[in-house]
Design a protein around this ligand. Structure first.
Ligand code: COA
Ligand code: MG
Length: 293
């Protein structure tokens, strides 16, 4: 699944949900968690289901995910039973803390897919795993257990700071502090070790489009597949930032051509040695080009 841009929409906002029709995001995420105050959770579940039913699977331009509440809130059954009848493409599971937590969510989904006549394991999970201390420390588990529905991992420096009892997640120079950059890298490593998409946390300064574009280009080169968004204006910027540049595409085509017809695992291009990781990287670039057409 191509998930470069995933736009959060607060589940209790009829007005913002109505904007989803104009959105070019690969996915929207109807939020039942942090952007919805406790007294509005029921209203949000109902609006989410209405939205899903009025945008049936075959007619969706963007995939539709629903972010449920974390396990600790004790409303897993209520959240999932509230939205699964609308056949969401996926569930965003916040504050995940390892394979067992994802399995807990997945088992409830098994039962609801059966009840609703949906194909088994057709509803995917993106877990926000690096947003608590335990979540960050259990990121390696997914590579071993490979939970069936899990397709992507993300992280969250604000919830992580709250979990750590920190007063900020920033250094004096304004960048994320070491622990947060570590959690970000561990999310990337955890995702890639398990063959999953790595989806970065949102850029909360939603007016800073130039900064967002530069950030997306940088993290894409590092291997990230997408980024969460909180404002519609971020979507096209993110989609653009996750496209390989023409120079990268030309270089990738030349790398592949350099190996053409060779039986060896090594080739040379412009006086530089290439071996199989270069070929793999070049194929990654062209696969992303083709996926983002
Ligand atoms: N989805 C859909 N529509 C959105 C939107 C979103 N995430 N964010 C803003 N809009 C709409 C606004 O309603 C507004 O509509 P209007 O022109 O008809 O009034 C328009 O886009 C422009 O919005 P703007 O005035 O620039 O922003 P705002 O001050 O209304 O909202 C936020 C700012 C941050 C509150 C809003 O972007 C938001 O709710 N983001 C999602 C928050 C969230 O889900 N967080 C949880 C994950 S971290
Ligand atoms: Mg949160």
């Amino acid at each position: 699944m191509l998930l470069r841009s995933m736009l959060f929409i607060p589940g209790d906002s009829e007005k913002k949900l109505a904007k989803a029709a104009d959105v070019t995001a690969d996915a929207i995420i109807i939020d039942l968690e942090d952007s919805v105050a406790a007294p509005r959770k029921d209203a949000a579940r109902k609006l989410a289901l209405d939205f899903l039913k009025s945008h049936p699977l075959a007619a969706r331009r963007s995939k539709v995910f629903v972010r449920i509440n974390p396990l600790e809130a004790g409303v897993l059954g209520v959240d999932l039973a509230g939205v699964m009848p609308g056949a969401p493409d996926g569930i965003v599971f916040p504050k995940a803390s390892g394979s067992a937590s994802v399995d807990t969510v997945s088992h409830v989904m098994d039962a609801l897919e059966k009840r609703e006549g949906l194909a088994a394991a057709s509803t995917k999970i993106v877990a926000i795993a690096g947003e608590s201390a335990l979540g960050a420390l259990t990121l390696a588990e997914y590579a071993r257990s490979k939970p069936a529905r899990l397709i992507g991992l993300s992280w969250g420096p604000w919830d992580l700071a709250a979990d750590l009892g920190a007063s900020t997640n920033r250094d004096a120079d304004g960048a994320f502090g070491f622990t947060y950059r570590l959690a970000m890298s561990m999310t990337l490593l955890g995702a890639k070790a398990a063959g999953l998409l790595a989806i970065d946390t949102p850029h909360t300064d939603f007016k800073d489009e130039q900064g967002l574009l530069a950030l997306c280009k940088t993290i894409r080169r590092d291997g990230w597949n997408g980024k969460l968004a909180i404002h519609p204006a971020q979507v096209d910027v993110i989609n653009e930032g996750f496209k390989p540049t023409p120079e990268e595409i030309t270089h990738a085509e030349r790398v592949i051509a350099a190996f053409d017809g060779l039986a060896d695992g090594v080739a040379s291009l412009d006086g530089v040695m290439l071996d199989l990781p270069h070929l793999k990287q070049a194929r990654n670039v062209l696969a992303l080009r083709d996926a983002s057409k």
